[in-house]
Design a protein around this ligand. Structure first.
Ligand code: NAP
Ligand code: GDD
Length: 356
């Protein structure tokens, strides 16, 4: 039985990858960082799976990384753990470097010194390209423009250095943005689908965003974790881009999500004064808040995943529209559930007050 070790198992990709590997018959071990609140929400349905194990750990703790890898002796290591929010990396650059750059070095050093022979997947990012001309492919020169991207660039080169110097099977998956109903709520796709669901249910009047003109190549996380696995099943370690080659702006994302609830958005104004209002009613549904602008932003990402298609047979299966529909329907169901719970709570409180 193959044994996989996943850092970042409690995150979006960790949750999809764990299910994917369990279905393939793997024993899956995940590193779970300590957290004040329960961080296993995305793993709820596999927590009691007999081949799924969680280990307390942290990528900033070298001793912990060594001990866990020594104990688990995995065949495959997927390093998904990161401070993954680009805007946040401007606020906590040192912590971002510690996790996203040095965390990778700690894992690679453990593989080398423990002589593990495990294959290693590194979650590299299209952020490495910054504002390099599109479409970006494996040979496009990197131009990182955030502390997050710079940390990921260090990690990218460490993977190549350990591969070329010590013969470790280590690969970089340079993944373009991928989303899902399990996406963190402060990434723009989920922020939009959650807000649209809340507006639909009458819990909120509008959404506040930053740069509407940023363009991304958005795919579905479920499709991308298969590509990660495929990279480790090759005879030679190589770096691959995973992307859809299709682009949308944040503005289009907003229009598509509101259209799903039957509300057509029209734009008026410029820059921070721009608003999005509903054509039929004139209601303002989108406002801009400069606090969501970044000190530097990546304007246009569009990936060329030809190499992954040719070598791995990988193609994305989910269109952007169905991705947004799936996220929105999941958020609508979640908002309805929490409204129902609030209603029950209120009712119970009324009964108790009456009884008292
Ligand atoms: P995510 O949902 O933010 O998950 C990140 C995971 O890293 C969480 O499980 C988090 O744990 C964990 N983590 C944070 N600090 C850690 C530390 N010090 N030690 C150990 N674990 C730590 O991110 P994702 O979207 O699944 O992305 C997975 C990886 O792919 C990340 O490395 C990201 O940078 C990279 N990536 C993502 C995309 C994308 O579009 N999703 C594209 C390219 C690359 P807690 O939250 O439980 O603390
Ligand atoms: N988060 C956020 N919130 N982004 C906004 C907002 C807002 O209110 N308004 C506009 N945006 C713009 C950002 O300025 C950015 O240009 C774009 O929407 C996408 O932002 P995010 O969803 O936060 O993702 P990201 O592209 O910065 O980073 C994600 O993708 C990378 C791969 O390209 C993350 O998953 C990274 O970890 C990943 O490496």
């Amino acid at each position: 039985m193959n044994k996989a070790f996943i850092t970042g198992v409690t995150g979006q990709d960790g949750a999809y990858l764990s299910r994917f590997l369990l279905e393939k018959g793997y024993e899956v071990h995940g590193m779970q960082p300590r957290c004040e609140v329960d961080n296993t929400e995305r793993l709820a349905d596999i927590l009691s799976h007999p081949r799924f194990f969680l280990h307390a750990g942290d990528l900033t703790d070298g001793g912990n990384v060594f001990r866990l890898l020594h104990e688990v002796q995995p065949d495959e290591i997927y390093n998904l753990g990161a401070q993954s929010h680009v805007a946040t990396s401007f606020q906590i650059p040192e912590q971002t470097a510690n996790v996203d750059a040095l965390g990778v070095l700690r894992l690679l050093e453990a593989i080398r010194t423990l002589n593990l022979g495990a294959k290693f997947y590194q979650a590299s990012s299209s952020e490495l390209f910054g504002n390099a001309p599109a479409p970006q492919h494996e040979k496009t020169p990197f131009q990182p423009c955030s502390p997050y991207a710079a940390a990921k660039l260090y990690a990218y080169w460490m993977v190549r250095t350990y591969r070329e110097s010590y013969g470790i099977f280590a690969v970089n998956g340079i993944l373009f943005n991928h989303e899902s109903p399990l996406r963190g709520e402060d990434f723009v796709t989920r922020k939009v689908t959650k807000a649209v669901a809340e507006i639909y249910c009458g819990l909120k009047t509008h959404i506040t965003l930053g740069n509407l003109d940023a363009v991304r190549d958005w795919g579905h996380a479920r499709d991308y974790v298969e590509g990660m696995w495929l990279m480790l099943q090759q005879s030679e370690p190589q770096d691959y881009i995973l992307a859809t080659g299709q682009t949308h702006s944040v503005r289009q994302l907003v229009e598509i999500a509101f259209a799903e609830i039957g509300r057509e958005i029209v734009w008026r104004g410029m820059g921070p004064d721009e608003v999005g209002y509903e054509r039929k009613t004139g209601d303002i549904l989108v406002k801009i808040d400069p606090q969501f602008y970044r000190p530097n932003d990546v304007h246009f990402l569009c990936g060329d995943a030809t190499k992954a298609y040719e070598d791995l047979g990988w193609t994305p299966k989910t269109s952007f529209r169905s991705l947004i529909q799936e996220m929105l329907h999941s958020d609508l169901a979640q908002v309805e559930r929490s409204k129902h719970m609030d209603h029950l709570k209120e009712k119970n409180e009324r009964v108790f007050r009456h009884a008292a």
